[in-house]
Design a protein around this ligand. Structure first.
Ligand code: LLP
Length: 382
């Protein structure tokens, strides 16, 4: 979608609003299809990144499965046309109702995150007279070089079961009349750009597979989670993530056993670059040491900068030919963390200008809130 189109959308709709570029999403889905075209490889879309129903339909049509973390996401996935068998459900705190729903809908697998949860699933399946399909989420204790809030594969994180307990729990699952052991699940973190981190995960999985085999157990599915990062600094130069390098890392480093299926759960890399948050400049305020561009979007529409110190590229779509200035780009919310960027170089910015906050398709609208009694923004698809 061109900047002229984005400017037109902002001019004809209430701001702040999201604009989603479905043609770019399609290109991204085609790149995934091309790079992940292996027998027994399955890519699931992590719905948490962006659950817009039309986006979900487009992704389901492209043949991806769904990765869910709540009963609400499972329902959204089914509604959008994802096959139940292509749905996986993760989460450290699944409720009894969510477990019943997963068993009742016969989804592909539940990723179990603790011994305690495994026992509850077994009881619920027994009560329902059904077999629950469960994979064990293993905490691989692999460091992912990313923000502390979104690293998940270290021993100190709350996710997954200890690798030391893997064989015992896999055996318990395989031997239970109420459970089917569907395999192993991993996820080390999000916004990962160094393929060496994924390589480390592969090598760790190879080791764990050896332990499982030595105990006479077989994991039909290996799920390596998600986490592939995108270029937040130069989104226009790299609108499609480096799927080639990502998938090649697994092809080259992970040893799959005969008959084993490999699963991926990508969120951000599928949808981040197709989304732009459009916002209007309300005031340019001259502070004593700084200039502030106060815009009509805030942490309510896009919380990533406030929560993770995340950088999103910002472009002024209205300022052609003006000389540069430096601005703190801030929202209207009553918190200092409501800041999109500090000392950010933009062309001279004025009241009424339209700013494009890029790479906002993932974890943007999905994390929006009504704090300060603000309405949720609209999202428009083009
Ligand atoms: N699988 C599991 C088990 C996950 O926990 C996640 C993300 C994914 C897959 C998808 O990860 P992705 O491919 O999108 O990196 N709100 C944060 C990101 C939180 C990610 C949580 N888990 C952000 O805005 O950066």
């Amino acid at each position: 979608m061109s900047d002229a189109q984005l400017k037109h959308i902002a001019a004809t709709h209430t701001t702040p609003c999201y604009a989603y570029d479905t043609a770019l999403l399609q290109r991204t889905l085609e790149a995934i299809r091309a790079e992940a075209a292996h027998d027994r490889w399955h890519v699931h879309y992590a719905i948490k990144a962006n659950p817009h129903p039309v986006i979900l339909q487009q992704i389901a049509r492209a043949g991806l499965g769904a990765d869910c973390v709540s009963g609400g996401e499972v329902a959204a996935a089914l509604q959008a046309g994802f096959r139940a068998g292509s749905i996986v459900l993760a989460g450290v705190g699944k409720t009894d109702a969510e477990i019943e729903q997963a068993i009742g809908e016969e989804i592909g697998m539940m990723n179990v995150e603790s011994r305690e949860e495994l026992c509850v699933i077994e009881q619920i399946a027994a009560r329902m007279g059904k077999k629950a399909r469960v994979s064990l989420r293993i905490n691989p204790d692999v460091d992912a070089h990313t923000h502390a809030h979104i690293t998940t594969g270290r021993a100190e994180n709350k996710f997954g079961v200890d690798a030391a307990d893997m064989v015992t729990l896999a055996r318990k699952t395989a031997e239970s009349p109420h459970l089917t052991f569907t395999g192993l699940h991993f996820h080390i973190g999000s916004q990962l750009l160094m393929m060496d981190d994924f390589r480390a995960l592969c090598l760790r999985i190879n080791e764990l597979q050896g332990e499982l085999a030595a105990a006479g157990l077989f994991a039909p599915n290996i799920n390596v989670g998600g986490g592939l990062g995108i270029d937040y600094e130069q989104p226009l130069k790299h609108p499609v993530a480096d799927f080639r390098a990502y998938f090649a890392t697994f092809a080259n480093n992970l040893t799959l056993l005969p008959g084993q299926h490999l699963h991926f759960e990508l969120g951000r890399a599928v949808v981040a670059q197709m989304g732009t948050l459009l916002t209007r400049v309300l005031y340019v305020k001259q502070g004593s040491t700084k200039q502030f561009a106060i815009v009509d979007a805030g942490m309510t529409e896009l919380i990533r900068p406030a929560l993770y110190g995340a950088l999103h590229r910002i472009d002024n779509l209205s300022s052609e030919g003006r000389p540069a200035g430096k601005y703190d780009v801030v929202g209207p919310i009553c918190e200092s963390s409501d800041t999109f960027a500090r000392d950010y170089v933009l062309p001279t910015t004025q009241r009424g200008d339209i700013l494009a906050i890029r790479s906002a398709g993932a974890y943007g609208m999905a994390m929006a809130s009504t704090y300060n009694c603000r309405p949720l923004p609209e999202a428009y698809l083009f």
